[in-house]
Design a protein. Sequence first.
Length: 214
Amino acid sequence: MDEDISAINTSTRNQKIINFFVNNKRKLIILISIIVLSLFTYFGYQEIKEKNKIKIANEYNYSKIKFISGDISNTEKEMIKIIETNDKTYAPLALYFLIDNNITNSTQKVNNLFDVIIEKVKLDKEIKNLVIYKKALFNSESKNESDLLNTLNPIINSDSIWKPHALYLLGEYFFSKNEKQKSKEFFEKILILENSNEKIKLEAQKRIRRDFSE
């Protein structure tokens, strides 16, 4: 008797499953099609991204090779083109290459390219802070106090690993302007930071003992 009931229950359950698939066949086909299409789209997009990455890498390396071999006629144009791809790896590298090799003499152009990377490239948080710090460093000899502080504020008002570097840069900036009290304040801020960069902290201590001792 129990076996008969069990067999009936099993048959009923199987029939319900069959009926579910029959009644929802169209919806299931659509759902499966959407899943398959989504997978193809995702992997297709990833493949396109990878191919674009390789293309940008090749363009960057080819431009560097030409520059090193003495063909510098199109280096600036080529590196700017790479920056404008907004690639998070090669856009910053291209800008640093322009700066390190003095390929452009236009400070405004360099600052505009910094802004492209800071505002448009999807960088990791600390990489973005590094770019901001490098922009401030690039302008530290020409910018006024207000502009330099505005540039560094996103770092100074955060817990970034680049905060000690930003404070040290400001300490050096004000020292060069003979504003020693402001300079000392920034060096002292480095000493009270938690998890401060030990090398920067040591340099700040040296500067305070050497240049601000009574």
